[in-house]
Ligand binder design. Structure first.
Ligand code: PEP
Ligand code: MN
Length: 345
């Protein structure tokens, strides 16, 4: 349930409510909005019964107590009273009136390829640099990523360009190494429902980019986000990256554009779109990026390579470094038409 405090509630009154919730064995998540504080009281079904018997309505500073109607609580629009989450990644805002452009290689292949790509995307004005050191590959015989060496190269790219890093964590055993480098931890589509991984990222407090599973419903995506939020980490962005449909002849998956406005209605979390993995084809990345921006996405994440013909992974979908600046200009214009400004430091 959620406890909506009066606009005039004091810190002491808020603390007293939190104490009573915790005394009942539930977890209190105070969310301070611009106007008022809402406290999410999250427990299991049994604790919900305890909470109801607390009589919090009468407590000083409390305006009203309401049930949270959705199965996801902290991710729901309801708990934020219409306010949207805006993340701040080293000065780059994600969410609200901002449009984040996340770009970089699919995978870190070499020092030269990584630094060259990082410079190109920095010069084009992107918000964050992406790049995988640990790669979830369908075939166990395919390149699996450079691992620790890849993380070191990403750190070097950040040191040179100043761009914050988005990189994937696949295995909990690598979390300390990834935390050294990642400003945003990516959770790949294949790990969307890896609940221990989600909980640990929640406990780490590091901002997370959670990708939608290939066959996941929107409610399943939101429940996955809830695992991170529940641990006290509010910095989650969701990523639509295409879902499985019957059409596989001409594209990798189907980009669910409808997910953008629907998720905006269901959750306050920022929505990022990945047209590169959805399409698997370079020529579709621009139209899909424009569609995402027009539909109200809070940003896109795209793959770029200086020489896609020799890319170790996902070459056919990589945008060309040579024309990347034009791509950015087109997407920025569309985002502006949708009322958003490119998010840069
Ligand atoms: C990626 O972004 O590199 C990736 C593998 O994406 P996904 O998990 O969406 O397939
Ligand atoms: Mn890729």
């Amino acid at each position: 349930m959620m406890i909506v405090m009066q606009e005039t509630a004091s810190d002491e009154e808020i603390d007293a409510v939190i104490e009573r919730i915790e005394h009942a064995g539930a977890i209190a998540h105070p969310i301070k909005g611009a106007r008022l504080t809402v406290i999410g009281a999250i427990g299991d079904v049994e604790q919900d019964v305890n909470l109801e018997s607390l009589g919090l309505e009468g407590q000083p500073g409390v305006d009203r107590v309401m049930p949270i109607l959705k199965p996801y609580k902290l991710a729901s629009t309801q708990i934020r009273h219409g306010e949207r989450t805006v993340l701040d990644i080293e000065g780059r805002k994600i969410g609200g009136d901002n449009f984040a452009l996340i770009a970089g290689p699919c995978t870190v292949e070499s020092r030269e390829q990584t630094l060259q790509t990082a410079r190109v995307v920095r010069d084009a004005g992107v918000s964050l640099l992406r790049g995988g050191a640990y790669k979830p590959r369908t075939s166990p015989y395919a390149f699996q990523g450079l691992g620790g060496e890849g993380l070191r190269l990403l750190a070097e790219a950040k040191a040179e360009t100043g761009l914050p890093i988005v990189t994937e964590l696949m295995d909990l055993r690598d979390i300390d190494d990834v935390l050294e480098v990642a400003d945003v931890i990516q959770i790949g589509a294949r790990n969307m429902q890896n609940y221990p991984l989600l909980s640990e990222i929640g406990r780490s407090g590091r901002p997370a980019l959670l990708k939608r599973g290939l066959s996941a419903t929107l409610d399943e995506l939101l429940m996955a986000a809830e695992y991170i939020l529940k641990e006290g980490n509010p910095s989650v962005m969701l990523c639509e990256r295409g879902v499985r449909t019957f059409e596989t002849d001409h594209r990798r998956t189907t980009l669910d554009i409808m997910a953008i406005p629907i998720l905006k209605e269901l959750t306050h979390l920022p929505i990022i779109v990945d047209p590169s993995h959805a399409a698997g084809r370079r020529d579709l990345v621009l139209p899909l990026s424009l569609a995402a921006a027009a539909a109200g996405a809070d940003g896109i994440i795209v793959e770029v390579h200086p020489n896609p013909d020799v890319a170790v992974c996902d070459g056919p979908q990589a945008l060309l470094a040579d024309t990347f600046a034009e791509f950015v200009a087109s997407v920025t214009r569309t985002a502006e038409l949708a009322g958003k400004a490119l998010s840069v430091a």
